[in-house]
Design a binder for this molecule. Structure first.
Ligand code: WT7
Length: 653
């Protein structure tokens, strides 16, 4: 039944509303097609025009697009050009009407905590903090660790790094001490910016304690700048830790922006893959910034007078590109929110939309499903009439959630822009052009300008209509990552080997008879928990690090709210008893090793894993059992011991 309903809904097509189209930048399919054609037939001319019109340069580039997707992989955009990202996000907006416009509207978790920074005010704070960084010895090219919640200081710290040419390396506030340590060591950071305490659903988070535990194992970190988010004392290490406010009190608000090369690194952001250790995706300056801006401009059709609210945490790439660099580059007003969707009540997002008159809302299917479950009375109790465009990111949006977002939130007037992209891609690659494309619930629709996707079979042949294949890109776009920090070979090995000559995303997709893309999920051992990527190998290695665990295998399973949940099969060491207490202990252990997002939803103890005779775990079988599809196990004849499967099925959690 559920499947039938989805199928029926999926065939529906919704045209953008006439009121949206009337004001849209791109307002017809013909216009989208014409621009798309120009962007792929003549990328040098297309991107040069975009760069000329949308960025301010200290020195013009010499070449536009240069790359090789074979042999030695390299990608360069606007080589020879010089510019500064903080200058493009701030200074150039100051001599005109945007000077006194809100750059950042910050809403804290406590209802009464909010603050607005105009472009002028944000500029002052960024220049001051840039001087603070310099005074602490930070130089161009140095890596700066940032472990902060969603507070204005996070944006200030990022832009201050870009002002002096330092490379920020942000660790999501929900990550553990171990996760911070690994990232700081990999990035070779010598400074960390953090806060004393944070708020989470009405409770305090001991951020500094977590940072302290990480720093205890990072001998290179010599300085720690601490934001006092809560008026409460925290541990401060003499000689290492200094309060943000104390340093800012005497800092000058004059700081010349560093002239950066187009291809100088801008930031490193760690992301999970199918192999153990997270990799540092490195993004560079001009191409990334231009791409983040252009996707906001066209896919969100943003206007100067809009209030734009991206609910993502800046600790993820969505927050980097779509809370900060995209909107601020355009001189837009970006609303950032410290809290969660359901605190103090399930209408928190809608309360914010009403309070600030939000026009564009960008959130994730997992949040939409959770709010849908809480009931329509919550959004219906608020005035949502300011909304003009709704967007989604993180995982495929299921048609039921799409319909709810479209009807209950958008009142059938707002286009739903389902954006498919990745940490590696820097910005959106596939999404509907809101004033041009008829929408199909659950489809990410068509590529952005300059993006050339192709679906390839495992053998590298182009997949037919509706056939499905590996979602690859034939050529680069300005926002693509330029490498894995500190590990040049890993970039090629991860993305360019499986489908030679192409960037392979790790996702499967199909293209329908109208050329619309439908994302089908990861084809590797990566699971998508609440729109966040988690490597099964990472969770497994956390589990086997526990003294009682002999072997662990982790798979995803369908989860109502999270999209995918984490299902862990665990074989205990000889003589250890698999109790409920031990399950709890293992969950707590994984949270400590990685963070709460990696918590297994289910743990099943098993005396053995289903293995081939060569010793490889057959994850296909584990995935089917976790999903409850026990009658679809397929061929188990290649297993070394087929009784293992009966035991697994009988003890399914
Ligand atoms: C993976 C990337 C990009 C920002 C958030 C996550 C999945 C993301 C969609 C979408 C279907 C999506 C893919 C992708 N994904 N957006 N609209 N439809 N799948 O970034 O952690 O780098 O994860 O998220 O599987 O590969 P990320």
């Amino acid at each position: 039944m559920a499947e039938m309903k989805s199928m029926m809904v999926e065939n529906r097509v919704f045209n953008p509303s006439p009121e949206f189209v009337a004001k849209a930048r791109v307002n017809s399919l013909e216009q989208y097609k014409e621009m798309y054609k120009r962007s792929v037939e003549n990328p040098n001319e297309f991107w040069a025009q975009m760069a000329e019109e949308n960025l301010t340069w200290f020195k013009k580039w010499e070449t536009v697009e240069e790359y090789s997707f074979t042999d030695d992989i390299y990608i360069r955009y606007f080589a020879g050009g010089k510019l500064n990202v903080s200058y493009n996000c701030l200074d150039r907006h100051l001599d005109g009407p945007r000077k006194n416009k809100a750059a950042i509207i910050w809403q804290g978790e406590p209802l009464e905590d909010s603050k607005t920074y105009t472009y002028q005010q944000l500029h002052n704070e960024v220049c001051k903090f840039a001087n603070v960084l310099k005074s602490q010895g930070v130089k161009r090219g140095d890596r700066v660790g940032i472990y902060l919640p969603m507070i204005p200081e996070l944006v200030i710290a990022m832009l201050a790094c870009t002002r002096i040419g330092a490379i920020h390396c942000i660790v999501f506030g929900g990550f553990s001490a171990e996760a911070i340590r690994d990232r700081m060591l990999d990035a070779k950071a010598e400074i960390l910016i953090t806060n004393n305490f944070g708020y989470r659903s009405g409770k305090f988070l001991g951020s500094k304690d977590v940072a302290d535990a990480a720093m205890a194992q990072c001998p290179d970190i010599k300085k720690c700048i601490v934001v006092k988010r809560v008026d409460k004392e925290c541990n401060m290490v003499e000689g290492r830790d200094v309060y943000w406010d104390d340093l800012m009190a005497t800092a000058s608000n004059k700081c010349e922006p560093e002239a950066m090369d187009s291809e100088d690194p801008l930031f490193i952001l760690y992301t999970s893959g199918s192999t153990g250790k997270p990799k540092g995706a490195m993004h560079t300056t001009a191409g990334y910034h231009l791409y983040a801006m252009m996707t906001v401009k066209y896919f969100f059709d943003i206007r100067d007078e809009d209030v734009y609210f991206c609910t993502a945490d800046i600790g993820w790439v969505t927050g980097h590109s779509y809370c900060v660099y995209g909107p601020l580059g355009l001189g837009a007003t970006s609303l950032i929110f410290e809290g969660v969707p359901n605190y103090p009540a399930p209408d928190r997002f809608w309360q914010i939309v009403e309070k600030y008159g939000v026009n564009i809302l960008y959130t994730a299917p997992t949040a939409i499903r959770a709010m849908m479950k809480d009931g329509d009375q919550w959004p219906k109790g608020r005035d949502l009439s300011s909304l003009r465009l709704l967007a989604s990111v993180g995982e495929p949006i299921n048609p039921e959630a799409w319909m709810w977002y479209y009807t209950v939130i958008g009142k059938e007037k707002c286009p739903i822009v389902d954006t498919w992209w990745q940490t590696e891609t820097g910005g959106h690659l596939i999404a509907p052009m809101p004033g041009a494309h008829p929408m199909k619930p659950g489809s990410a629709v068509n590529p952005f300008f300059g993006v050339v996707p192709v679906l390839l079979t495992a053998e590298g042949k182009e997949a037919g209509v509706n056939e499905g294949g590996h979602l690859c890109m034939k050529k680069p776009w300005p926002g693509i990552m330029r490498g894995v920090y500190g590990d040049p070979n890993r970039f090629k090995e991860t993305y360019f080997v499986q489908q030679p000559g192409h960037y392979f995303s790790g996702d499967g997709a199909r293209k329908d008879e109208d050329g619309y893309y439908w994302l089908l999920g990861r084809v590797d051992d990566v699971i998508n928990v609440s729109g966040h990527r988690m490597g099964t190998a990472e969770v497994e290695s956390a589990l086997v690090a526990h003294a009682t665990v002999a072997e662990a295998a982790v798979v995803g399973f369908p989860h109502d709210i999270k999209g995918e949940g984490i299902y862990a099969y665990v074989t205990l060491k000889e003589g250890v008893e698999g109790t409920d207490e031990l399950k709890k202990e293992l969950v707590a252990h994984v949270r400590k090793e990685i963070g709460p997002i990696a918590s297994p939803d289910k743990i099943q103890f098993t005396p053995g894993m289903p293995k081939t005779r060569s010793g490889k775990i057959m994850r296909r079988i584990l995935r089917k059992i976790a999903a409850g599809a026990v009658d679809e196990l397929g061929d188990t004849s290649t297993l070394a011991d087929s009784t293992v499967v009966d035991n697994l099925v009988a003890n399914r959690q």
